[in-house]
Design a protein around this ligand. Sequence first.
Ligand SMILES: CC(C)(COP(=O)(O)OP(=O)(O)OC[C@H]1O[C@@H](n2cnc3c(N)ncnc32)[C@H](O)[C@@H]1OP(=O)(O)O)[C@@H](O)C(=O)NCCC(=O)NCCS
Length: 175
Amino acid sequence: MIRFEPLAAQGADAIDALLDTAFGPERRGRTAYAIRRGMAWMTDLSFASFSTENGAMTGLLQSWPIALHGPDGVQTPLVMVGPVAVLPGQQGSGEGRALMDRLVEEAARVTDEPLMMIGDPGYYQRFWGFTAEGTGQWQAPGPFEAHRLLARLSRPGGHPLPHAGMLGPRPVVSA
Ligand SMILES: CC(C)(COP(=O)(O)OP(=O)(O)OC[C@H]1O[C@@H](n2cnc3c(N)ncnc32)[C@H](O)[C@@H]1OP(=O)(O)O)[C@@H](O)C(=O)NCCC(=O)NCCS
């Protein structure tokens, strides 16, 4: 039985420790981190999961507000999904799927913005239909493998995928 809580209910140290265990401390050098640099994760689309009885967090998923900065100066908001992380001892028992199911369901409820991520198509395309088909002309501020740059609409009829541009943080609009 997997239980969820908002990730915001977890401490920053616990989140960092889980991510270090799943990805290693060099994770901060990844292109995904450069894309969302300076952004705060989205509290309504970030979750903690618990699959053991001892009360410790065993998995988490974060989502980030980013944008595709088009050549014409137009900035299209996107939701960047990830990291998705499950502790090694708990992997392979459906916790990652449960986290992603939760994200996809919640995103369809709260946003029109397309979802994107850098991840394995063997996982994210197979279960949730993320695909690199529409991202061929997207660029990023660091190296990435084109077949792993994935996107999907948040829901049918949601904002369409932007065509071309550079991924980066979403500019903050002051009131
Ligand atoms: C990737 C990760 C989140 C998946 O979570 P998980 O709970 O281990 O996976 P699940 O139990 O939900 O897997 C369900 C299925 O997907 C498959 N799968 C898991 N990870 C996969 C991957 N990276 N690529 C392809 N298939 C994968 C499993 O083999 C399983 O297949 P089956 O149903 O045919 O047996 C987890 O393994 C993890 O944290 N890995 C280290 C960090 C990482 O690489 N995160 C992803 C990048 S953001």
